[in-house]
Design a protein around this ligand. Structure first.
Ligand code: BG6
Length: 308
């Protein structure tokens, strides 16, 4: 019998926000609180710091997400791996933190429940305050809700609500790091003929050819105007990871390769072959404009199938 429960946010780390035997609030590395979710369908870890999913594995399968062994686990610093939530800008920005501030702030729990099909749905929430207004340099009022569904697939929905009186423009992404057997042996399909900015080549605008993406050097591409699902074919692990999405027109594909891995302090020099980022979002040409009282939700669903 599936256990069903809806628990409302009360603030802080509250043991009543748990589902006995299914979802518990534990203390992760660095003392950061995280949900540890275990159901007959899957296992997942989600930090309140950044609303960060750091682990997802369908039962009996290897982890789907990459996590760096060198990651920081500290308030104010991003976690390296898993799924950083990027908002309200993508990439560097003058004196402000790269990729915005959502990934380094403490989110709160809005609700937690298990559905009749066995999926666990955790909703985390972040609201604007004086500090976010100062970091942004703009006076916007907003609420973010990150709805994470743990089942045989990992669902993530990032909702942005404008609570202010003026429209605002923002970028956002679910910066998903996938674990792969060997990045040089995989291919990413779904972005054929799409246009992209090549960050590894002075942000030149280019067009993907009609073949899959293969990795032979640093790859840092922001694909725009594409709503397509992607597939990561990994022959080494005979696994295909499917990344489906809705209300997202950008996909970022990233692997730092050798030199960049060496200069990232929170990433091992030899970790780059084991990961690839395929990020669902709305960035660059697809920057969002959210009207007063308006909402936007980006949805993605990650699932695996056997690669024959
Ligand atoms: C990717 C960007 O999405 O994130 C890269 O396209 C960047 O340019 C990478 O290096 C990691 O960013 P960060 O801020 O987490 O080191």
């Amino acid at each position: 019998m599936p256990f069903q429960s809806v628990l409302r946010y009360k603030g802080g780390m509250d043991a009543s926000l748990e589902i006995p035997g299914i979802a518990r609030l534990a203390t992760g590395p660095g003392g950061l609180p995280r949900y540890e979710i275990t159901t007959p369908l899957a296992q997942a870890h989600v930090y309140l710091h950044g609303a960060h999913v750091s682990h997802f594995a369908p039962t009996g399968q290897r982890p789907v997400l990459f996590m760096s062994a060198q990651s920081w686990f500290q308030g104010g610093r991003p976690i390296r791996g898993g799924v950083p939530v990027i908002f309200p800008w993508f990439g560097p920005r003058q004196e402000s933190p790269a990729h915005g501030f959502a990934r380094t702030r403490a989110w709160t729990v809005e609700s937690l429940r298990q559905e009749p099909d066995g999926n666990v749905v955790l909703v985390l929430r972040l609201e604007s305050d004086a500090e976010t207004r100062a970091l942004w340099g703009e006076p916007h009022d907003w609420v973010l809700r990150h709805r994470i569904t743990v089942g045989t697939a990992l669902g993530m929905e990032l909702e942005i609500e404008n609570r202010g009186a003026a429209p605002f423009r923002c970028e956002e992404a679910l910066h998903t790091y996938f674990s792969v057997s060997e990045v040089g042996a995989i291919q990413v399909r779904g972005l054929e003929n799409a246009e992209y900015y090549d960050k590894a080549d002075g942000m030149r605008r280019k067009c993907q050819d009609s073949g899959p993406i293969r990795f032979t050097a640093e790859t840092d591409r922001t694909y725009v105007n594409t709503a397509a699902a992607c597939a990561i074919d990994d022959p080494g692990w005979r696994r295909r990871i499917l990344v489906e999405k809705a209300d997202s027109d950008s996909t970022v594909v990233w692997n730092p390769w050798i030199a960049k891995a060496q200069i990232m302090p929170d990433f091992g020099d030899d970790e780059w072959p084991g990961m690839v980022c395929v990020e669902t979002g709305n960035v660059a040409d697809n920057t969002l404009e959210i009207a007063p009282g308006g909402k936007h939700t980006t949805r993605t669903r990650v699932r695996c199938e056997a690669l024959q």
